[in-house]
Design a binder for this molecule. Structure first.
Ligand SMILES: [Zn+2]
Length: 141
């Protein structure tokens, strides 16, 4: 029986490609990929024609990704869905306009920090930064 796992010939799964070099581990942690039972591969510092170096994450399983979260961490990411060895979908991410409970407001006096059960909502500004909709604190990328 062949038990070797070859991610290059992955039959079904998701490839998160064009992750900025060094950000792969952050995404891995943010998406809680360590909790998955299926094979997960994090490739660091792969060669990229476009960016020089990039990180890649491959998940050999059917998982739902939080695309807002991914887009927030790195909007240059491409997400490919693979079925029966073929890429059936390729999604380019953009900076999400609104982030709900993706990042938390760090202002200790903000209503969403003070009160329990309030969503942490950030909106994209013209300067590609995010501000808390309650207190206008900037998020730290
Ligand atoms: Zn706030």
């Amino acid at each position: 029986m062949n038990t070797t796992f070859s991610i290059d010939s992955m039959e079904n799964g998701i490839v998160i490609d064009h992750i900025g070099a060094g950000k792969g581990i952050r995404i891995y942690n943010l998406l809680h990929l360590d909790e998955l039972d299926c094979p997960v591969v994090l490739v660091r510092n792969a060669r990229s024609i476009r960016y020089g170096r990039k990180d890649i994450i491959k998940v050999a399983g059917d998982i739902q990704l939080d695309l807002d979260l991914l887009g927030y961490v790195d909007h240059n990411i491409t997400v490919c869905t693979i079925k029966e060895g073929k890429v059936i979908e390729k999604k380019k991410l953009t900076l999400p306009k609104r982030l709900v409970n993706v990042i938390r407001c760090r202002n200790p006096r903000c209503i969403c920090t003070v009160e329990e059960g309030i969503d942490h909502v950030f909106e994209l500004t013209n300067h590609n930064t995010y501000r808390c909709i309650y207190c206008e604190s900037k998020s730290k990328m």
